[in-house]
Design a protein around this ligand. Structure first.
Ligand SMILES: [Zn+2]
Length: 302
């Protein structure tokens, strides 16, 4: 994913061209739905460092597909004044989000638009996350986030959320499906060897297989570089000097059960990207807190 600010910029502009601003909270929600599994994954790993990261990754990969991201969207859309319109809006925005994601070069990654029916991932592989284009979109996102946070008077009165037993029931059903069904579908990304997950998990029997990794951390011990992925460490056979703590994307092959020969290594600048995502998430949270306050507050007199 490009950072959240870049999503806000690109998706905000795309939506502003054709639909009224009252849907802003929903458009912003579309900027994060497919990333929710990855944000949750960080929290889960922090809370339980011993968790089976391979199983967790497969589970999150299923949740990040178009279908399941839309399902999560439906859990929110259930409370919209016009739930069907908002559900369709979210489905379109999740698709837009994933297409924007596919613009970035992410070895072995890509987005799943047809899963669980096909686990072929789609990637346009056009620019690295550090490309000036992403930088420009991020700056536009900063401006948008500042406007959003500053616009205190915007209260979305026409789009107040509606809470009823039936709507809560729909939301719970959608959320349950989002949480439970991916447990049964994780064989999809596994069989497709998404992000080399099967090759690296069963590395003893897959020596020689191609490897594609996206944004995994490097540790250096005794002058040797290792990449940490799926809870394990693989020695990196490369000419290039890497430093501990760097985040790399690479293309290569499995040279031995515990070693990856990398033909192409790209060092990512991760710090700025995380900061940009946190600012973006904050702006989205502010809008949703306002919408909730308006929806739960006393009947409006103004
Ligand atoms: Zn994304």
């Amino acid at each position: 994913m490009p950072n959240t600010l870049a999503h806000i910029a690109v998706q905000g502009v795309a939506n502003a061209t054709w639909q009224p601003a009252r849907y802003l909270p929903w458009v912003l929600l579309g900027c994060i739905l497919p990333d929710v599994p990855w944000i949750a994954s960080r929290a889960i790993r922090f809370v339980d460092p011993g968790i089976d990261v391979v199983a967790l990754d497969l589970y999150n990969t299923v949740q990040a597909t178009w279908l399941f991201s839309t399902l999560l969207g439906i859990a929110f859309a259930a409370f919209a004044r016009r739930p069907v319109v908002v559900g369709a809006l979210l489905a379109a925005n999740v698709l837009l989000h994933l297409l924007v994601d596919a613009v970035e070069i992410k070895p072995g990654s890509g987005v799943h638009l047809l899963a669980p029916f096909s686990w072929q991932s789609l990637s346009f592989d056009l620019v690295w996350p550090e490309h000036p284009l992403i930088g420009a979109a991020t700056l536009l996102g900063v401006a948008a986030a500042l406007v959003i946070i500053g616009a205190q008077h915007v209260r979305f009165r026409d789009e107040k959320l509606v809470f009823s037993a039936r709507r809560i029931g729909v939301a719970i059903a959608a959320l349950t499906a989002y949480l439970v069904l991916p447990l049964m579908l994780s064989g999809g990304p596994w069989d497709a060897d998404y992000r080399s997950i099967r090759t690296l998990s069963l590395s003893e029997i897959f020596v020689g297989n191609p490897i594609e990794l996206d944004r995994d951390p490097i540790v250096v011990r005794d002058g040797e570089a290792f990449v940490q992925v799926y809870g394990r460490e693989f020695r990196l056979l490369i000419e290039q000097e890497l430093e501990g703590g760097e985040i790399v994307s690479l293309v290569g092959h499995l040279a031995a059960p515990n070693a990856i020969r990398a033909d192409d290594v790209h060092v990512n600048l991760s710090g700025l990207r995380n900061a940009a995502s946190i600012v973006g998430l904050l702006a989205i949270a502010v809008v949703w807190i306002r919408l909730l306050a308006t929806s739960l507050g006393r009947p409006d007199r103004s």
